[in-house]
Design a protein around this ligand. Sequence first.
Ligand code: FE2
Length: 183
Amino acid sequence: MNREEAFSLVSQRIGGTHLMSHSLAAEACMRALAHRLEQDRDLWGLAGLVHDLDLDECGDDMERHALVAAAVLREHGAPEPVIHAVLCHNDKANRSSLMDHALWVVDPTTGMITAAALVRPDKSTRSLELKSIKKRMKDKRFAASVDRSQIRACTELLGLELGEFLEICLRAMDEIRHEIGLG
Ligand SMILES: [Fe+2]
């Protein structure tokens, strides 16, 4: 499965722009992290892009989320490590690879960065600074549904300090800000 095939599969199954933006943001962060950690950028990017492709279909049924995606991905010949990472992001398999951990940590991070960008005067990542994301993370009422501990696990799971991890993700999302509604 190449990027084009993955993108078309995701586009067919995801209706909303919000979820599409999240998928593209996750892809960008995963690629950037793979680069930093000297891993396979295409493979990691693929995992980010496809990880929520069944979310519209599953709706509120979180028990099915990721299981449905895994079946669809298998049918379309996605690489097994990608399928495993997708299962892990909704705790449907035990995380074992670095990519499994990265996707799990990236998932809430895109939400945190997006929320922090949207309260900027320009509603963009352009003027968003690392210190502002960190400040928002400390405010429990801000984007309350985003699990901070899952983001902070970057240090233990990926060997990256929170600041560096957030900076990598922020830069990656800023590069595609026009595509993800943060331009
Ligand atoms: Fe997600």
